[in-house]
Design a protein around this ligand. Structure first.
Ligand code: FAD
Length: 540
């Protein structure tokens, strides 16, 4: 029988191994895992810090014995692969328990070694906690056992925010330090702002745009000279693909520092496959190489590798849309595809749609407002990306858009999707349908929009800004120096606006659109402020 050796026994590696067994009962499948655990739920680790996931055992989904019994896999924990000999088709393994080194042959090798946490370097590095493996979590729990009162978390990405949220739930005071100007940097700034406020309102001392100059066991010194003291320090500053084995074996490395693979996850050596955080992905929008450290992709690509090895199917591995979601203190931020800022950096044209819908019919109790942003290719009308921030229903909308993107549904055709509706779960015109309608209005030049960040320039060029909300709304807060002609009396002001370039705005863009249509039909050159006052204020 063929022998398949898998390096790394978690998301990608174990998906490959178990699928392979279902396809080939006779294969000899060996899984080698450096840590003491396989098939653990890394995504759940931060939630055990607060005992939201109460039992540690719930995070460890399988063990070598259960995997042996069910799948006849030869799973060896605390076995670290230290080198690959491609000519001999062998791996050299260090048994960390018995401290011996031995060699194992393979016909096919699957690399799923994941990514290594980026840790601050210095004489006190050993005091900094990470959150990647069960051992990392156990160490953190041990350090948290005496109930320390304060923590510093380095990094405002997914893991940093999840760790911070769970330390807060433990009753600790938390300082979160983020190098860039914005947490969750994959979001556009006006979308991230609500989450930033939620993080601050929850009590986190959030420092953005700050780097750590030096640190000790219990303090960090920032680049502005601030010294912050805390009982424990966590690092969640990012990850790097684990490529040492691949580099030493002479495998091709991709453009972003991950292991290069073809569209069946095959590396530059036909007997070796790579998946997960260590491997490059193909970006679903650009077709270029990219990294994407997401569990779904690791699992899916593990599945593809098993198919390829077993010769079961020739369907290529799915390209990466980068669909992701995070929740902090009840606020949800989700995204798929590219952001406005990444599209701008790449010099790509885009159509932008901002909406602020309710998750379900506003008249039914408990409706929550969300912010949605859709990015569309103006030439093909295909969706390039979307972001959602809010509470209930954000996940559903981003997943529908991710599905639409996968299937090649155009932005305008979102209006045609027939989605489940009753007042408790949606609207007869679901937020997804509304994105489609707004997109079509812009695409068909029924309305033109300006972005919050274009307003200042347009004003300097002489544009007149008109608030079409009620007087009460205007008084409560408005764009400086804007006129207030409420929509219901706008017809009375038409003559004052003739011959001018007019930008209308309302709270979210809907009354603005009606106003823009009204004025445009009167021959006035008019644009609607995309996303209205709410998006403008968020972007400031
Ligand atoms: P991993 O699952 O990390 O497994 C790699 C394994 O390989 C490790 O156990 C490692 O010990 C082992 N290994 C490495 N080198 C060797 C060697 N030389 N020999 C033997 N074994 C080796 N993704 C999401 O999509 N959603 C989430 O909510 C989410 N939350 C996360 C929360 C946390 C705290 C973490 C750490 C990750 C989270 N992720 C999330 C990311 C997701 O877990 C990873 O994308 C996924 O696990 C990658 O799978 P992988 O197989 O590439 O690597």
């Amino acid at each position: 029988p063929r022998k398949i050796v898998v390096i790394g026994g978690v998301a990608g590696g174990m998906s490959a191994a178990t699928r392979l067994r279902r396809l080939d009962e006779k294969a000899n499948i060996v899984v080698l895992e450096r840590s003491g655990f396989v098939s653990y739920a890394n995504c759940g680790l931060p939630y055990h810090l607060s005992e939201t996931i109460e039992k540690r055992s719930l995070l460890i989904l399988q063990n070598p014995v259960s995997l042996g019994e069910r799948f006849n896999l030869d799973v060896r924990v605390r076995h670290e692969v230290v080198s690959i000999d491609r000519d001999a088709k062998t791996v050299t393994i260090y048994d960390r328990v018995w401290k011996v080194t031995y060699v194992e042959k393979y016909d096919f090798l699957v690399l799923s070694p994941g990514a290594a946490a980026t840790m601050p370097q210095g004489p006190d590095s050993k005091w900094i906690l990470a959150m990647r493996t069960v051992e990392d979590m156990d160490k953190a729990i041990a350090w948290l056992y005496p109930n320390p009162s304060s923590a510093i978390v380095l990094g405002g990405g997914f893991i940093g925010l999840e760790v911070a949220e769970n330390l807060l739930k433990r009753g600790m005071s938390v300082t979160l330090i983020n190098r860039g100007p914005q947490i969750l940097k994959h979001l556009d700034p006006e979308m991230a702002v609500a989450l930033t406020q939620r993080v601050r309102n929850s009590g986190v001392d959030l420092r953005v745009g700050r780097t750590v100059e030096s640190f000790t066991r219990n303090s960090v010194t920032l680049d502005n000279g601030d010294v912050i003291e805390a009982d424990v320090i966590f690092s969640a500053m990012g990850v790097q693909p684990e490529i040492n084995l691949a580099v030493e074996a002479g495998l091709k490395i991709g453009a972003n520092g991950g292991i290069w693979v073809d569209d069946h996850q095959r590396t530059s050596d036909p007997s070796i496959f790579a998946v997960g955080d260590a491997a490059e992905k193909i970006d679903a929008i650009s077709g270029d190489e990219r990294l994407a450290t997401l569990a779904g992709l690791a699992n899916r690509h593990g599945h593809s590798v098993a198919n390829a090895i077993a010769g079961a199917t020739t369907i290529p591995a799915t390209p990466a849309l980068g669909t992701s979601i995070l929740s902090f203190d009840g606020m949800v931020a989700a995204n798929v595809g590219w952001s406005e800022k990444s599209l701008r950096t790449a010099g790509r044209k885009m159509r932008i749609i901002h909406t602020h819908p309710s998750d379900h019919a506003a008249y039914y109790p408990g409706a929550q407002t969300m912010r949605l942003k859709l990015l569309v290719d103006p030439e093909t009308d295909l969706i390039l990306g979307a972001q959602g921030v809010g509470g209930n229903g954000v996940d559903k909308r981003i997943d529908v858009i991710a599905t639409a993107m996968f299937a090649g549904v155009t932005a305008s055709n979102l209006a045609q999707l027939e989605l489940a509706y009753d007042p408790q779960h949606g609207s007869a015109k679901d937020p997804i349908n509304m994105l489609g309608y707004v997109n079509r209005n812009i695409a068909e030049e029924l309305t033109s929009v300006v972005e919050w960040h274009e307003l200042e320039t347009l004003r300097n060029d002489g544009a007149l800004v008109v608030d079409v909300r009620t007087e009460g709304e205007h008084k409560y807060g408005h764009i400086p120096d804007s006129l207030n002609f409420p929509l219901d009396s706008l017809r009375e002001h038409i003559n004052e606006l003739r011959g001018k370039n007019v930008i209308v705005y309302c709270q979210v863009g809907q009354r603005g659109h009606t106003s823009a249509r009204l004025l445009a039909q009167e021959g006035i050159h008019v644009a609607n402020l995309n996303g209205g006052y709410l998006t403008y204020k968020a972007g400031l």
